[in-house]
Design a protein. Structure first.
Length: 396
């Protein structure tokens, strides 16, 4: 096993149990290691610190598997980590019985680069790092045995893999397609999961609790859902008794799926749903110019900043959509606004929204801070894991 020697002082982050080692922290690699191989991490004076996965193509040159420098990284290691992650979720009452559930949340579950989501009897895996890629077979086998799911599908086709020198990989790791559309029930609403061609692993599980909150707020209100995708927030608002729900997305196929999702729920009043295929930035201006007003607006845009380097550009986009949304709210209206950009901190996001309120001439108050669901935990030593942040605002 090769040894990764750190520069003096660079062991501090490892001692604080942060799992990332950047290129600038590394003095040398003693020995040979291929991408994904396990390496010993030691301080400049040879003190054992951890065991990590080596990734020479990435600026994050190593990701820690274990802060126990003597722990063996093998098939049994992944079996233990996956079992522990499932046990943590089983201990949380709100997650018991969920048909859609995140089983593994990467670094925050001690498995950097490993995402696993369960939809009924299908597990969808996403491997984003060289280390995770190397242990694909062990991860899939451990997941199948721990969950007894009949199907495991890999969706390792995200752009971030290119930073690790990895190609996109998709396909079945265990079992085959059932031939039936995959549907899960979330908060009493049926939703399709396109785990082959949909975003992420097929569904945005992290917003489960926030969609339920939208349902609680929607009764009797006129609702605008921007970047609606397949209408998770929209259908929850209808289930909550919204007077009308207007859903906007630039993707025609996403809106087709949204309409299909609505059809899966005959208990919902389809006459109250309005669909618009449009650019949200432009459509918000059009709605403002036409004098429209809404009682509840949801802004759940795609990621505008992958890293802090893109934060300034993202800030302009976030401010633009929030400014126009605030102008569209009726007095006493509510705004649920989100950022899933890792390069935008919760503090920065609040400042952006505050600036938008100032420019819109509206007084807004934070009623609730919004975050990912409980199956998306954030390790205290790894704040980068808190990518989803949101605010529920009440506007005068």
């Amino acid at each position: 096993m090769a040894t990764l020697i750190l520069h003096p002082g660079k062991e501090k982050s490892v001692l604080r149990r942060h799992p990332w080692l950047f290129s600038g922290a590394i003095a040398q690699l003693d020995g040979r290691a291929r991408p994904g191989d396990t390496v010993d991490v030691v301080s400049h004076d040879g003190r054992p610190l951890a065991r990590a996965a080596w990734s020479p193509a990435s600026q994050i040159r190593a990701r820690v598997w274990s802060f126990d420098a003597a722990e063996t990284i093998d098939h049994a290691f992944f079996k233990r980590r996956i079992a522990a992650a499932l046990a943590r979720r089983a201990a949380l009452p709100e997650l018991v019985g969920q048909q859609g559930l995140r089983l593994i949340h990467a670094e925050s579950d001690g498995l950097p680069g490993v995402i696993a989501d369960r939809y009924g009897d299908t597990v969808v895996v996403q491997l984003t790092t060289a280390g995770a890629d190397k242990w694909r077979a062990a991860i899939a086998d451990s997941l199948q045995k721990a969950t007894a799911c009949q199907r495991i599908y890999e969706r390792s086709d995200v752009e971030v893999r290119s930073l690790e020198g990895l190609q996109a990989v998709t396909g079945w790791l265990h079992g085959t397609a059932s031939g039936e559309e995959l549907v899960i029930a979330e908060n009493g609403v049926n939703m399709t999961v396109d785990f082959v061609g949909g975003h992420k692993t097929g569904f945005y599980l992290d917003q489960r609790d926030n969609r339920r909150r939208a349902a609680e707020l929607a009764r009797g209100r006129r609702v605008l859902n921007c970047f609606c995708y397949t209408a998770g927030f929209s259908l929850q608002a209808l289930a909550g008794g919204a007077r009308e729900v207007v859903s906007i997305d630039s993707s025609g196929p996403a809106l087709d799926t949204a309409r299909r999702n609505l059809a899966l729920n005959p208990q919902l009043d389809a006459a109250r749903a309005i669909w618009r295929e449009a650019d949200v930035f432009a459509e918000l201006r059009t709605l403002r110019a036409s004098g429209e007003r809404y009682d509840l607006i949801v802004l759940d845009p795609p990621k505008f900043a992958h890293t802090a380097a893109h934060a300034e550009r993202a800030a302009r986009a976030y401010k633009d959509i929030n400014l126009h949304a605030l102008q569209l709210l009726a007095p006493g209206g509510m705004l649920m606004t989100y950022s899933c950009s890792g390069g935008v901190t919760a503090e920065l996001f609040q400042k952006i929204v505050a600036g938008a309120a100032l420019d819109a001439g509206r007084t807004a108050r934070i009623v609730q801070r919004l975050q990912g669901a409980a199956d998306h935990p954030v390790d205290l030593a790894f704040p980068e894991g808190e990518y989803l942040k949101g605010l529920l605002l009440q506007v005068d």
